[in-house]
Ligand binder design. Structure first.
Ligand code: HEM
Length: 457
């Protein structure tokens, strides 16, 4: 927040200048497309009267930015509770109109009824740098490239069959982490559970994506070093993509080249570090003759399909970055919060232990993934309840409205960014994790339960 304020103080005069010039130019130019950008119908005065409510206190230039604190999901929810109607409130964050979606019926309208009109992602300068023009899946704008990239991911990388084929690696990593806990217990040493689970999930994901040099399989320092570096890079992505980016709120400033370079310097340096590592991983895989179908990891699979999907090397790297990053924080947060809830609720822990003991064959030391298929209903309920209580991503990824549409009787102009509070989708009737795959953008994957992988249902 302090950084946000500093930016605003230093950049305020420049911003004022650019906006005034823009306004003067706009007043001389007739508006041909209504809202500008996107296939939308002409916006009329009547439409403006039906916009969702906005909170008071809008300031010149920054709009409602000052109302958003360091926990945006909490600020947005509080604003919507106080000033919203039907779970909708419209804010102006800098130059960009933002629709906050905070009720199950509004979330249903945005995620399901108007899924098509609201399926794209807003432009982000940081994502453009890190993901080579947002050429990944999660942040790619809606269109043919995104459709193809998503097809590649759903049918080849995260198919039930591929996820099952990587099972042995996951089980080895579980054995390793349990051995570490056992050693700590024998030495009566404390365990930093956040660190332990973070490193464990990172190793599982790295092993699935680029395999061979995981900390376990290589059994030597190079694997550990590479996994540590990937973890650092993934954390850097989260900080850069999740943080406040002035240019995303004031897109007209992007015209000032020197300013853009200055504001994006950190992202550019970070991308260079990714490039060095990903180029090395891709070159090593390309030089080996391992089959993608049998024991191949996700890099093998993407490289085997690169020509068929006409992917450039940069696009391959962007898709791989999603594969490394999307499942790491999310999964470790779920694991950690489940532990916390079990410690807080000893009666739940006792019932869960009883279910696990009675459903695991005698002499078998670990729950296997096949044990989860038809048994362990209580374990699944505990994980689902944890997801409901502690959604790992409290705000869904932002969407941008591609054409004018009406949500719960309100007009949402094209070009509006919408932010939905996560957890609401679970409240929409029939919109549980399995149905998620039916909506164009949102899907939901649980790393530890590949058989219920919603992408494949
Ligand atoms: C407990 C684990 C996980 C949780 C809670 C989770 C949650 C989510 C959420 C909330 C979204 C945003 C949906 C939206 O805003 O539209 C998302 C998107 C996505 N997730 Fe996950 N995720 C998990 C694991 C994974 C894993 C393991 C992968 C792949 C390796 C993955 C890949 C993706 C991708 C590619 C998207 C973008 C989908 C799109 O925009 O079409 N996720 N996930």
């Amino acid at each position: 927040m302090a950084q946000q304020l500093l930016y605003l103080i230093f950049i305020f005069p420049l911003l004022l200048l650019v906006l005034l010039r823009r306004r003067r130019f706009a007043s001389r130019t007739p508006n041909k497309s209504g809202d500008g950008g996107g296939p939308c119908r002409q916006r009329s005065h009547d439409d403006d009267n039906h916009l969702p409510p906005s909170p008071p206190g809008e300031l010149p230039i920054i709009g409602h930015l000052h109302l958003v604190g360091s926990h945006p999901h909490a600020s947005l929810r509080a604003i919507a509770d106080m000033h919203g109607a039907d779970g909708l409130v419209l804010l102006r964050l800098g130059e960009v109109p933002n629709l906050v979606v905070c009720s199950p019926s509004a979330a249903e309208a945005v995620l399901r009824t108007h899924d098509h009109a609201m399926a794209s992602r807003p432009h982000s300068v940081v994502a453009d740098i890190l993901l080579s023009g947002s050429s990944d899946v999660a942040l790619a704008p809606y269109g043919e490239y995104w459709r193809q990239a998503r097809k590649l991911v759903t049918t080849h990388l995260l198919s039930a069959c591929k996820v099952r084929s990587l099972r042995r690696g996951r089980e080895e990593e579980v054995r390793l982490v349990l051995a570490e806990v056992g050693e700590a217990a024998a030495a009566r040493a404390a365990v930093d559970v956040t660190e332990l689970l973070g490193a464990f999930v990172n190793d599982v994901v790295c092993r699935a994506v680029s395999g061979r040099l995981s900390a376990f399989s290589a059994g030597h320092q190079e694997g550990r070093r590479r996994n540590r570096m990937l973890r650092e890079l993934i954390e850097g992505n989260a900080a850069l993509l999740g943080g406040f980016t002035l240019l995303d709120h004031f897109p007209s400033l992007a015209k000032v080249g020197a300013l853009t370079r200055m504001l994006c310097a950190r992202a550019t340096r970070h991308k260079k570090r990714w490039d060095v590592l990903l180029d090395q991983i891709i070159d090593e895989h390309a030089a080996s003759s391992r089959s993608a179908e049998e024991d191949g990891d996700l890099v093998d699979v993407v490289l085997s399909l690169q020509q068929e999907y006409c992917l450039s090397r940069e696009q391959v790297k962007a898709i791989l970055m999603d594969m490394y990053a999307a499942g790491t924080d999310t999964s470790s947060i779920v694991l950690e919060q489940t532990m916390v809830e079990l410690i807080r609720n000893p009666h739940v822990m006792t019932r869960l232990q009883a279910e696990i003991t009675s459903n695991t064959p005698k002499g078998q030391k670990m729950v296997k993934e096949e044990d989860l298929m038809n048994n362990m209903a209580y374990l699944k309920a505990v994980v689902k309840e944890t997801l409901r209580l502690h959604p790992p991503a409290p705000l869904l990824l932002p969407r941008i409205t591609m054409e004018h549409c009406d949500v719960n009787g309100y007009t949402i102009p094209a070009g509006t960014v919408s932010s939905s509070t996560h957890g609401l989708s679970a409240e929409i009737p029939g919109h549980g994790t399995r149905q998620m795959s039916s909506c164009r953008r949102g899907f939901f994957i649980i790393l530890v339960a590949p058989t219920t992988h919603p992408l494949t249902t």
